[in-house]
Design a protein around this ligand. Sequence first.
Ligand SMILES: Cc1cc2nc3c(=O)[nH]c(=O)nc-3n(C[C@H](O)[C@H](O)[C@H](O)COP(=O)(O)OP(=O)(O)OC[C@H]3O[C@@H](n4cnc5c(N)ncnc54)[C@H](O)[C@@H]3O)c2cc1C
Ligand code: FES
Length: 283
Amino acid sequence: MFASAPFVVGKTPSPADPHIPAEEALCPVVSHEWVNSEYKHLIVQASPKALAVRPGQFFNLLCPSPDAGELWLRRPQSVYRIDRAKGRIEFLYKCVGRGTRGLATLGVGDALNMVGPLGVGFSLDPRHKSVVVLGRGVGLATLAPISQLAQENGVAVTAILSARSAEFVMADDLFGAVGEVVSVLDSDGSSAVENVDAILKRLIAAGRADAFYTCGSNRLMQLMKRLGREHGVPGQVAMEQIMACGLGPCYVCVKTFEVAGEKVLRRVCIEGPVFDLQEAVGW
Ligand SMILES: Cc1cc2nc3c(=O)[nH]c(=O)nc-3n(C[C@H](O)[C@H](O)[C@H](O)COP(=O)(O)OP(=O)(O)OC[C@H]3O[C@@H](n4cnc5c(N)ncnc54)[C@H](O)[C@@H]3O)c2cc1C
Ligand code: FES
């Protein structure tokens, strides 16, 4: 369905398939900068269908090869920021292997082949007035747009950003623009589970935690899951999982969940990547 005729953003008319919520599109790169020694910020011009992406959903990117060899399979990246006024989609990604190293070679004006938007994103309960997001590493990129959505809906956000050191606190400007930011670091010991536990309990006691959102750390997810269970705070987690097709048929991305005491298998690409926090088992 996606392989033969990608939609070229800014050139070809929108494909006549409105019932399919995702498409393959060639998106011109508008900006592509290093944020620090490991992360790059990529901005592309996006199609109307891509701009309908919801926080927590992802695109499967066809990364150029970084060397003479072939690069198999697309690489999933969740949307970091959606700028509907300018028609742009942003990604914040860590260079970890051949796919992301190849992605990093794209220059302004090059076309990025994206399939999406894919998967199930975060949801915001209209009754909630104040939510807490807790993330680490690349998980912060995935969580950033939920705080954007919360702000648009008049919901207060406290963002707890966990990182190795101050240099790797990602997206603090974006979170800071929509709510309060608490950075916790390995370098000064403040990222220790006991400290984050205390911060979360203070937010619960202050009535500032109607819902929890998390991504990027199994340890922090387990903490939020336990506190959510103990204090009746609902939550959602965006799971990261190695994927192949990203569309549902290959079952490479299956993970175990626990629903009403039963173990169930779910595909992260199509039944997630966002799941109920209490049903996630972790990784
Ligand atoms: C739904 C989803 C959203 C994601 N969003 C982001 C994002 O916003 N920013 C970002 O930096 N990364 C994100 N990732 C992770 C990203 O897909 C991987 O880092 C990327 O595919 C690695 O490709 P590579 O070829 O560079 O590395 P590889 O050579 O394939 O792998 C290098 C290292 O990364 C690990 N890795 C590979 N794929 C994944 C994966 N899917 N999840 C976790 N670890 C992986 C491998 O185990 C290995 O240790 C997301 C993953 C998923 C499933
Ligand atoms: S990646 Fe193929 S089914 Fe999920």
